[in-house]
Ligand binder design. Structure first.
Ligand code: C5P
Length: 400
């Protein structure tokens, strides 16, 4: 609830679409106003069937906007002016139809036009019948919207007005208000640029074969997301993975260690913190120009060392705060300690690999973290939870 203070003088557009939960938007408007925000309400025509504009006008203290091409509404504050005015836009409830419209960039009413014309953060609180929510079309739209950086809050589980039980209820207004407030909390890495490498690399042997490793990229992607949540601008240089980059992270994908090295160097100038979470190949091969034929009983591969990206970064001038991961199958602590010194790092996060459930493929991990002047053991937890913990430690050490 402490966060609510961040709403003072913030300009919030509350969008209401046509669902039964529309009546709850009244409480949302009241809470935002009580916390000191300026609120303007935009309703779709369907929403006015569920709650009257007059109620929302009384609560927001401003005329309610409904029509896109209404001369009187446009002269008071046109849709572009409204889009620019907003520090944040929250659509609650957001119907399946509205999400579909947003996903396709349609702009056939005031609210969808405003959403398309605004650079402000956009938060949706979906509310609809469970079957509609679970429909692949709605799920695909939700995924697409998240990928584009929209925040979706809910829907919550429970009994619905239509008699069904399951996900589909709008999240309660106090939580929506608090989430809107959270958009304005500046994080521990506010104003900083963080570059994260993630995933494996692929070293081509010939046009169809390569050497790679078991890295899934999950840890690196979680670290990138946690840094973004902490307010940083995040650049992610990723090897091939099956993952979708977190929203609001600038992601570039590469294949080989050499490409990753090049992509990192090209972006290093403005970087405050570098986190090497990629499992970069230590050796590469000169790729044969044609597919290698199985004519011989034995073939020998000649491998040459790749450049150690994290060591190159740590030796760079000016040098970002440099963090590496260490994936070990033996002597975890000693190897991590050696890496800290040998590569001139600020912090090393070491984990066991090749043990069931943890490390490369899984969703969980356990970390031993070493820095100059300290060390911590973090027991098994989800990679996302560990990533958040790591980012707060990095921020603390960086600022110290
Ligand atoms: O020495 P080792 O490969 O175990 O160190 C792992 C750390 O070094 C990781 O942070 C990894 O991203 C980084 N690394 C690198 N470039 C390499 C090899 C490893 O940046 N060529």
């Amino acid at each position: 609830m402490q966060r609510m203070g961040h709403l003072v003088n913030k300009r919030i557009v509350v969008g209401i679409t046509g669902g039964i939960a529309a009546y709850k938007a009244a409480e949302l408007v009241r809470r935002l106003k009580d916390a000191g925000a300026e609120v303007r309400v935009v309703m779709t025509p369907a929403a006015t069937e569920f709650i009257t504009p007059l109620t929302l006008q009384a609560l927001s203290g401003r005329p309610v906007h409904v029509h896109l091409l209404d001369a009187s509404e446009e002269s008071a504050m046109g849709h572009i002016a409204l889009a620019r005015w907003a520090d944040a836009v929250v659509v609650a409830p957001a119907t399946a139809d509205f999400m579909a419209k947003l996903a396709h960039g349609r702009a056939d009413d005031l609210l969808s036009t405003l959403c398309l014309a605004s650079r402000a953060p956009l938060l949706l609180a979906p509310a609809m019948n469970t079957v509609m929510w679970e429909h692949p079309a709605t799920q695909a739209n939700a995924r697409l919207l998240r990928e584009r950086g929209l925040r979706l809050l809910g829907p919550a589980e429970g009994e619905q007005a239509c008699g069904e039980t399951g996900p589909g209820r709008m999240v309660e207004p106090p939580l929506i208000a608090e989430t809107v407030a959270g958009l304005f909390v500046s994080g521990v890495l506010q104003g900083k640029t963080v570059l994260v490498t993630a995933g494996p690399t692929r070293e081509a042997l010939d046009p169809v074969r390569y050497i790679s490793n078991r890295s899934s990229g999950k840890m690196g992607y979680a670290v990138a997301e946690a840094a973004m949540e902490a307010g940083a601008r995040v650049l992610l240089v990723s090897g091939p993975t099956a993952l979708t980059p977190p929203p609001r992270v600038e992601c570039v994908t590469v294949e080989s260690a050499a490409e990753m090295h090049e992509a990192v160097l090209a972006r290093l100038a403005a970087v405050d913190i570098f986190i090497g979470a990629a499992a970069v190949a230590d050796y590469t091969s000169a790729a044969a120009p044609q597919k290698i034929k199985k004519n011989d009983a034995r073939v020998a591969l000649e491998l040459t060392r790749t450049l150690d990206i994290v060591a190159v970064v740590a030796a760079h001038k000016p040098r970002p705060y440099t963090v590496a991961f260490a994936a070990e199958t033996e002597n975890l602590l000693a190897n991590a300690q050696h890496k800290l010194e040998a590569k001139n790092l600020d912090l090393v996060a070491a984990n066991w690999v090749g043990r069931p459930g943890l490390g490369f493929d899984g969703d969980d991990n356990a970390l031993t973290v070493l820095w100059r002047g300290g060390q911590a053991e973090w027991p098994a937890a989800s990679k996302r939870a560990l990533a958040r913990q790591l980012i707060s430690l990095i921020a603390e050490q960086y600022h110290a």
